[in-house]
Design a protein around this ligand. Sequence first.
Ligand SMILES: *[C@@H]1O[C@H](CO)[C@@H](O)[C@H](O)[C@H]1NC(C)=O
Ligand SMILES: *[C@@H]1O[C@H](CO)[C@@H](O)[C@H](O)[C@H]1NC(C)=O
Ligand SMILES: *[C@@H]1O[C@H](CO)[C@@H](O)[C@H](O)[C@H]1NC(C)=O
Ligand SMILES: *[C@@H]1O[C@H](CO)[C@@H](O)[C@H](O)[C@H]1NC(C)=O
Ligand SMILES: *[C@@H]1O[C@H](CO)[C@@H](O)[C@H](O)[C@H]1NC(C)=O
Ligand SMILES: *[C@@H]1O[C@H](CO)[C@@H](O)[C@H](O)[C@H]1NC(C)=O
Ligand SMILES: *[C@@H]1O[C@H](CO)[C@@H](O)[C@H](O)[C@H]1NC(C)=O
Ligand SMILES: *[C@@H]1O[C@H](CO)[C@@H](O)[C@H](O)[C@H]1NC(C)=O
Ligand SMILES: *[C@@H]1O[C@H](CO)[C@@H](O)[C@H](O)[C@H]1NC(C)=O
Ligand SMILES: *[C@@H]1O[C@H](CO)[C@@H](O)[C@H](O)[C@H]1NC(C)=O
Ligand SMILES: *[C@@H]1O[C@H](CO)[C@@H](O)[C@H](O)[C@H]1NC(C)=O
Length: 819
Amino acid sequence: MKYFLALMCLLESPLHALAQCTVPASEFELEGDYLLGGLFDIHHVRAPVYHGRPETIDCSSQIFILSSYRRFQLMRFSVEEINNSTNLLPNVSLGYEIFDHCSHTRNFPGIFKLISVNGLIQPRGTSYENVSKVIAVVGPFSSTDTLTVAPVFMMNLFPMVSYGAASSALTEKEIFPSFLRTVHSNRDAIEVIVKIILHFNWRWVAFLNSDDDFGNDGMELFRGRIKDTEICLAYTNSINVNTNGSLMFRQIEEQNVHIIIVFTPKLTAEVLIDSAIERNVTNKVWIAGDTWSLNKRLPKKKGIKNIGTIIGVSQPVMPIPGFSNFILSAKRQNHCENKEKMFCNQVCNCSSQTAEDILAVDPSFSFPVYSSVYAIAHALHNVLKCGVDKCNGNIRVSPHMVLAELKKSNFTLLNQSIQFDENGDPKFGSYSIVFWNHDGDAEEIGFYKFHPSVNFFINSTKIQWYTQGEVPTSWCSPECPVGYAKKQTGIHKCCFNCNICQNGSYIDSTVDPYKCVSCKENEWSAIGSTSCQLREVEYVQFTDIGAIMVMTGTWALVGLTLALSVLFAINYNTPVVRSAGGPMCFLILGCLSLCSISVFFHFDVPTVSFCILRLFPFILFYTVCLACFVVRSFQIVCIFKIAVKFPKLHSWWMKYHGQWLIITVAFITQALFLFIGYFYAPPKPYNNTVWYPDKIILGCDINLKATLCSLVLLLSLCSLCFIFSYMGKDLPKNYNEAKAITFCLLLLILTWILFATECMLYRGKYIQTMNALAILSSIYSFLLWYFLPKCYIILFQPHKNTQKYFQSIIQNYTKTISQ
Ligand SMILES: *[C@@H]1O[C@H](CO)[C@@H](O)[C@H](O)[C@H]1NC(C)=O
Ligand SMILES: *[C@@H]1O[C@H](CO)[C@@H](O)[C@H](O)[C@H]1NC(C)=O
Ligand SMILES: *[C@@H]1O[C@H](CO)[C@@H](O)[C@H](O)[C@H]1NC(C)=O
Ligand SMILES: *[C@@H]1O[C@H](CO)[C@@H](O)[C@H](O)[C@H]1NC(C)=O
Ligand SMILES: *[C@@H]1O[C@H](CO)[C@@H](O)[C@H](O)[C@H]1NC(C)=O
Ligand SMILES: *[C@@H]1O[C@H](CO)[C@@H](O)[C@H](O)[C@H]1NC(C)=O
Ligand SMILES: *[C@@H]1O[C@H](CO)[C@@H](O)[C@H](O)[C@H]1NC(C)=O
Ligand SMILES: *[C@@H]1O[C@H](CO)[C@@H](O)[C@H](O)[C@H]1NC(C)=O
Ligand SMILES: *[C@@H]1O[C@H](CO)[C@@H](O)[C@H](O)[C@H]1NC(C)=O
Ligand SMILES: *[C@@H]1O[C@H](CO)[C@@H](O)[C@H](O)[C@H]1NC(C)=O
Ligand SMILES: *[C@@H]1O[C@H](CO)[C@@H](O)[C@H](O)[C@H]1NC(C)=O
């Protein structure tokens, strides 16, 4: 291994001429009792270069990144500060060994150097006789670099504390057991970005991510995070420094996206924004990730104002006390880069960088570097069981002991309580939200704090939007008006048509903005409603004035029938009573009273029994009445006509009491029809919701098929009655019940025709009162026009109520017939 590493370094391109040495040591190394490894991407390989020889890459010839160099200096400062302090590691000196990590594939010599002891990498299982002086490594910066080198450190539980690798994949402790970080995971950064988007109610966004582990991870997290929100990802692209911007910006413009999230490392973002300025992209809100939101060059660039408004998520700017003095004094000395002693990629041609440049550069990730060095120092402090002025020198420190203590870290640094969660992610720190103002500065406009509880704040008034006033909007389809449902028109839920919710349905956009929900049966809603209202329940109460009048009429009817019965009973043997039917009169009167029972059940809330009793007594007993009248009118015809022509039929009729037979048959048949009909389809209460959208009218659902037989019977009796009474209309005056019956029937038919017309024209609860009235009037028509005239004769014209008078009429009539 020793020879391998040496070979790789010797084959490197020759080192360059040395500057004047004032300090005989490299910036990359510091001797100490314990060493920290450091991996910083001071240079960056922009495009992978083909190599045919087994050689490592020479980082110093690649692109120099000043902000990384600043972080590198910060680590040096932190170690020196710890070494200087007398209480953290008393009488223990801390050193470092730092490598320039410019490529994730060709930088392994440095990694092997860190884990080797005396140039040898110890295989698993050997006793650690000679323990590595390197106890932990700080870095690397990027997610890709970390993911490639981490497995080498993980196998021996060599602690890695990264200050920049944010990929959420590194949270997996089964794969990266000795990995910790002082920077927040992408999950947190994406959460803040989504919070900003939600805060400004943007719906239609583009997400540009770098085509690497960092960017792709952010992309996936973003997709997952917005799944249950109203944000839609209109456009997404994985970009790198060579991406052709013209096509991409045209597509974004075509999609009418105004919000662009740029989740890439600093270099890619710089190229992208430069390209946007060059291509005259306008009217956009750019949301910067924490890798470039504190960029120093771009906000000052000419034309940056034209591309729109730039908001960013950044790490809080936190000055590290003493750091500027350190840089200033360090730059006064010139480090000697000793060619013979030097390992590969521990060199930097950085003498040209002035202290001012270093201090003016993007300060992101300063505190993460500072806190990772301190975390390791505190862990070492605990491993060595350090007291106030000395540490236990007999303890042989191995990296996994440091790891165990690192996980338990709990100390305060610059007023921040440094702790790690079970995944090695920081339980400290926060994000700032910045706005690039017109002075070219990143102005802090809000914050997002994680601990002790989540706290999000944005002062929107500090943002000067490119719209010169109100917050820019970004949507595929504008929000629907209240009472309208969305109907998605494409693959995005943000693109939709608006359809008004019809009456009888409503929309609650907090539950489901895509669906009109039907109201419950006892509720209603107007067109375009957001809720349903209860329907008003309507029925005729007993106390209703109409109901009271109808019922009074019914009681009067009952009284009248009773009075008539008494009167007829008293005058039972007079010819008027006998011609009216004699005993049949009492049957008819009784049935009419029984019919009136139905009237009372037309009011109040209908129940099953109410519904049955609304029609049952009426139909049954009215059938009997009609049968009686059929028989009466038949007898009238029979006496005067049939008796003459068919004497046999007449004698049969008299012998078997034909009249009672027919009445009984009619009664039994109707009773059977009703029972069978009600058995198969009993009437039940019915809530009528059809007539009025906002009302429920209580009624009875009467099955027409089941009552059809009864009605047909009723109608046929009616017709028979009509036919017979019509046939007898020319009978002797004053002796013609036939005329009275015809008149009654006409009245009856008129009543029900009126009621049917009413039903067609009027819809409302009073239909029940009408129905009751129709029944009552059917009963009254017989009472008034059939019985009352007879009553009049009995009471006021007793001379007409004599046998003699009747006979004279009959004789007159017989004479006319026989002529
Ligand atoms: C450490 O101590 C030395 C001398 O005691 C001093 O020059 C240097 O500035 C100190 N460094 C820090 C970072 O405090
Ligand atoms: C580190 O600290 C030790 C004493 O604690 C001191 O002797 C040594 O010079 C310090 N090294 C640096 C580079 O400050
Ligand atoms: C500091 O360490 C040196 C050897 O490393 C030892 O000789 C000296 O006694 C120690 N000083 C204290 C105060 O422990
Ligand atoms: C430990 O180090 C010593 C001196 O550097 C060396 O002689 C010895 O062989 C080493 N032992 C192992 C197991 O590497
Ligand atoms: C970018 O694409 C446009 C059109 O697709 C093309 O005209 C242009 O040459 C491309 N630029 C580069 C640098 O590839
Ligand atoms: C951008 O605008 C400038 C000046 O208005 C013009 O010179 C340049 O060609 C434009 N660039 C593109 C890509 O349209
Ligand atoms: C180092 O930097 C100086 C000044 O910028 C430059 O002249 C020299 O060529 C550089 N050397 C290398 C090897 O890059
Ligand atoms: C961290 O230390 C502080 C005091 O130094 C202590 O109050 C707190 O409980 C500790 N937290 C944990 C998680 O150990
Ligand atoms: C730390 O907090 C204390 C009080 O909470 C405050 O007085 C001090 O200024 C803070 N220091 C820093 C560097 O923020
Ligand atoms: C928001 O910023 C404006 C302008 O800088 C300032 O006047 C206002 O007080 C700030 N509001 C809050 C709540 O900080
Ligand atoms: C909605 O209103 C229309 C007209 O006003 C009416 O015809 C329709 O029956 C109503 N629909 C519902 C479900 O209420």
